[in-house]
Design a protein around this ligand. Sequence first.
Ligand code: NDP
Length: 433
Amino acid sequence: TKENPGEPEFHQTLNEVYKSIEVAVEENEEQYRKDAVLERLANPERQIKFRVPWVDDEGQVQVNTGYRVQFNSAIGPYKGGLRFHPSVNIGIIKFLGFEQIFKNSLTGLPIGGGKGGSNFDPKGKSDREVMSFCQSFMNELYRHIGQDQDVPAGDIGVGAREVGYLYGQYKRLTKQYEGVLTGKGLTFGGSLARTEATGYGLLYFTNEMLKANNETLKDKTATVSGSGNVAIYAIEKAQQLGAKVVTASDSTGWVYDPKGIDVALLKEIKEVQRGRMSDYAAKRESAEYHEGRGVWQIKSDVALPCATQNELTLDDAKLIVENDTLAVSEGANMPTTLDATKYLQDNGILFGPAKAANAGGVAVSALEMSQNSERLYWTFDEVDNMLKDIMTNIFSKLNTTAQKYEQDKNYVLGANVAGFERVVEAMQSQGIV
Ligand code: NDP
């Protein structure tokens, strides 16, 4: 904290990860200390911060800050999304980049960890303003990325539209038609099932976790927060697997829909009209709309936080326990505070940590990179089946790792240790770099 003050989210994730890998570190403590493994892991290989000037529709020049943190390339090129949101700062990007190292390791695919973004807020901006910002952002970023070096993707505020503008500018600057970004449109290198991957993967993972505990999603009730890319496809897959999802939210309010969220309507409002949950409620008779936050007070068997970091607090965790919830599985990155996670685990709730549960997005991004390299497209079912296998393998890795350290069902420990072991072995083999 002394060296990197003012980065609370980064310290929070360091704390969580380093505490839960203690059991694995103890076994090799002397060697790890000598090689400063933990110090190297916590220090990004490279941090890039840059000015992003652009012109708004009134002709006024606006200035934002851009970031790319290239955290760890031990197991492959840096890989991780770009977030455009007013709350973005270096601490947020470092927390996300650090998490990404372990998540990418868990997928078993050759991808290192990185993350980037800007404090630019795409909300309420015209398409031309978003394009102007994206082009300016890429005017600097292009020097630092490449299909074999660093491959960004989307995250909060960066969807198909933004990835398209970023890709167009990269191509113009470099003359390279290469898989330098993932989450691209289907007409220019995007992979089928990438849009669905994080939400679908979350449900494949959650179903495996339930199965290992003699349960399934069939006929269960689920609560979901958020209404963005992850939330929409989590709701869709939960319903396909036989659950009823009764909530969704945005940063202004939330909806309780006891008949089950109408996914077609939700997609129309969020993906086509770029509208709000209040617009959904206005069009759906069975839905109640509430201002503010409150999703976790609704009783459910499975709770799926899919909006943003620290959105599920200790008070929410108490409500979840009171409601006899079976499982909490994280679609967003670090949505559960540390004390809430501990409370849920101490009270016997099955807890699927983000770096495992939401790894489906980056896994399919890696499959997009493979398709781009061989200049072929795979079918939706091929990609979806690979995603299923990857999520099943991730759960099994967590489960066996937790058992190996005599912490059965502690999937947080399983995820951190399994992710850590692969990265550290690669780092050690490559010497002091
Ligand atoms: P989107 O921008 O598509 O959606 C984000 C959703 O979360 C929106 O409903 C948004 O509401 C809500 N939200 C954002 N910030 C806040 C806030 N401060 N308070 C309350 N609600 C908020 O992003 P994604 O769905 O892509 O990402 C959601 C989460 O999943 C993030 O944590 C991201 O890092 C993580 N993730 C995403 C992956 C992906 O493939 N997209 C992969 C792995 C993780 P509003 O519209 O009002 O802002």
